[in-house]
Ligand binder design. Structure first.
Ligand code: MN3
Length: 207
């Protein structure tokens, strides 16, 4: 079977300072992401060979094919595994600013302007009740990019959407530095976005 390993973070834990602090990064990666990875493996181990041979992205896109007693565990831990590996790569010490190219055109087409997109994304993500994620996704049906809030670790893939850019608003993502000030964390997060990564996800899914 596929045994999932904790994906590496493509920069050092202190590289995103001052926006995201090193201690938060270290705990987030080595404890939280590791736990989703371990629990995903434990759940996949109980699945049929057929499911074990699929990639987690495909499993999340077809959760109805997972035995009902394992579906909750795979939704949560498979989502946690996949969401965080996107999250690390969505960020960069040299990030921020505005995108260019085809992703910029797609954002303008769906949200009128980058400023509108940013405002809508921030407001909706800050408003998520409890733990969850704010996402910029590609919708293959409409062939447009959209904003989508998802609860807990549930992946946008479970709704047929392709995640492009995700903001983790679980308290574990920001509480050491920002405590209850989720808006400050979300505002700081924009300074880290690796638009090359977001663009390449978008270009891949459209081709
Ligand atoms: Mn997290």
């Amino acid at each position: 079977m596929n045994k999932y390993e904790l994906p590496s973070v493509p920069y050092s834990y202190d590289a995103l300072e001052p926006h995201i602090d090193a201690k938060t990064m270290e705990i987030h990666h080595t404890k939280h992401h590791q736990t989703y990875t371990n629990n995903l493996n434990a759940a996949i181990e109980k699945c049929s060979q057929d499911i074990q041979n699929k990639d987690v992205t495909e499993i999340l896109s077809n959760l109805d094919q997972v035995p009902v007693e394992l579906r909750g565990a795979i939704n949560f831990n498979g989502g946690g595994f996949d969401n965080h590996r996107i999250f690390w790569n969505n960020l960069s010490p040299n990030g921020g600013g505005e995108p260019g190219g085809s992703i910029s055109d797609a954002i303008n087409s769906s949200f009128e302007s980058f400023a509108n997109f940013k405002e809508k994304f921030s407001a909706a993500t800050i408003a998520i009740q409890g733990s969850g994620w704010g996402w910029l996704v590609y919708n293959p049906s409409s062939r447009k990019v959209e904003y989508k809030s998802m609860p807990n670790q549930t992946s946008p893939r479970t709704e047929g959407l392709v995640p492009l850019l995700g903001c983790d608003v679980w308290e574990h993502a920001y509480y050491l530095k920002y405590q209850n000030k989720r808006p400050d964390y979300v505002n700081a997060w924009w300074n880290l976005i690796n638009w090359d990564d977001v663009s390449s996800r978008f270009d891949k899914v459209r081709s």
